[in-house]
Design a protein around this ligand. Structure first.
Ligand code: UDX
Length: 429
């Protein structure tokens, strides 16, 4: 199939590359010429495991190219996937400007019978607005469907090739069949629903996962008061099939480009239809305040940060990405520097951009250098390189009796203490 993908963010680039791998002829579009030039050289402008070879392969096969021209991308396309950003507007609802701009720009070039697929996260009913706009602007009849994206950063290629499910939101059986054909060769169950249900499914999944993390973080707080261990509590609840063992890792709260935004957006959407219920805003509030509360607590435990050499490990919002959107480091490092700490930081993939964000810190080139003479080591992200640090490697490099503040529960307390270090975990580890 000939396919156009509008927007070359994480979703747009990965989707384009995987669809080209499936055998479709894909043209990705973005208004930023530098991004397009880079992508046409077969290089991604962000780090994502497995993406670089896929882009090179797409280029070689001539099935994948990128352009800034709507005419070039959309003319002759059977499917036009909209993968543009939907950031939060001031009132918390999704700002759909880019979705409508894309619809306007593609309208003159759409083929009769083309399917416009909304992959961007949009509130229920958006497809009707896009349909109305296209009915007005395009001189041919086209369909609009909602096919939300569930990929995780750091796992985006794998999640696109082998998703748990592909949700196809359309009320039209013929359109559904064509969209099933588009995804042929990918893993996962196909779930056919209405466009409204598809939009709701995306917000529901993200809000549910976000509240799950907030919930376990609240339980971890209780463990810290009563001597229970959060890891043991999780082990004890997870054999219950209704609960399960996955996605229960406590920490400093959820970050990234989706959860914080989508919880706020769903709350704003609920308010906009007169259904504000208090649950979603509370999840957001608890997550927002969590980093500061934990940093204050650690501050007391270690006897203050002032004048201390603090090493922060992990600057991205999660492992296997260089994306820093809503990363814990963005709150942690300013707090540490404001309270007088001397901060050294290390991340396997976030490099020079960190210096612009955090003037006054030292950025180490490697993990051992980062640990040198540290009085406090704060592990923020579970990068493999950080997870695989041994207690003896930490104690050899760090100052004598250094504190290890393990915000992802990566290490075992008694092993850290046996190496002559002091340990603080989340929920007693
Ligand atoms: C998420 C959803 O998983 C994905 O389906 C959706 O399409 C986009 O949002 P992503 O933000 O890439 O993906 O990462 P994810 O691995 O889900 O983690 C989100 C945040 O939650 C991270 O800050 C992570 O550290 C945190 N998290 C995750 C926890 O604190 N504990 C957990 O058990 C899992």
């Amino acid at each position: 199939m000939k396919v156009a993908v509008i927007g070359t963010g994480f979703v747009g680039v990965v989707t384009s590359a995987v669809w080209a791998e499936l055998g479709h002829k894909v043209t990705g579009l973005d208004r930023h010429q530098e991004k397009i030039d880079q992508l046409n050289r077969g290089e991604a402008w962000f780090f994502e495991p497995g993406l670089a070879p896929l882009l090179k392969q797409g280029k070689q096969s001539k099935r994948l190219r990128f352009t800034t021209s709507y005419a070039e991308a959309v003319k002759g396309a059977e499917v036009v996937a909209v993968c543009v950003g939907t950031p939060s507007a001031k009132n918390g609802t999704a700002d759909l400007t880019q979705v409508f701009q894309a619809a306007e720009a593609m309208a003159p070039y759409l083929e009769a019978g083309a399917i416009v697929v909304l992959k961007s996260t949009v509130p229920p009913g958006t497809q009707l607005k896009v349909q109305a706009l296209l009915d007005k602007l395009a001189d041919k009849k086209v369909a609009v469907a909602v096919v939300p994206e569930f990929l995780r950063e750091g796992m985006a290629v794998e999640d696109t090739r082998r998703p748990d499910r592909i949700v196809i939101g359309t009320g039209d059986e013929k359109i559904a069949k064509r969209l099933i054909r588009l995804h042929q060769g990918l893993g996962g169950e196909r779930i056919m629903v209405s466009p409204e249900s598809a939009s709701m499914a995306k917000y529901t999944a993200n809000a549910y996962l976000a509240q799950r993390i907030t919930f376990i973080n609240q339980i971890a707080n209780l463990c810290e008061r009563n001597g229970a261990k959060i890891s043991e509590v999780i082990r004890a609840i997870s054999p219950d099939k209704r609960i399960g063992a996955h996605y229960w890792y406590p920490g400093l709260g959820y970050g990234g480009s989706c959860f914080p935004k989508d919880v706020k957006e769903l709350a704003a959407y609920a308010r906009s239809i007169g259904e504000g219920d208090g649950l979603l805003p509370k999840i957001d509030e608890l997550n927002e305040e969590r980093v500061k509360l934990k940093l204050k607590q650690f501050e007391k435990q270690v006897g203050g940060y002032k004048g201390k050499r603090v090493t922060v490990l992990g600057l991205a919002f999660k492992p296997d990405t260089n994306d820093m959107r809503e990363a814990p480091s963005l709150k942690v490092i300013p707090y540490l520097t404001d309270t007088g700490a001397r901060v050294t930081a290390y991340d396997p993939k976030v490099k020079d951009e960190a210096l612009a964000l955090f003037p006054g810190i030292t950025l180490a080139n490697n993990i051992t250098g980062a640990l040198a003479q540290a009085e406090i080591v704060m592990a923020l992200i579970e990068w493999t390189e950080i997870r695989e640090l041994t207690p003896s490697a930490i104690s050899q490099a760090a100052a004598e009796g250094a504190w290890v503040i393990d915000t992802r529960n990566l290490f075992i307390q008694r092993e850290i203490e046996a190496a002559g270090l002091r340990y603080i975990g989340i929920g007693n580890g």
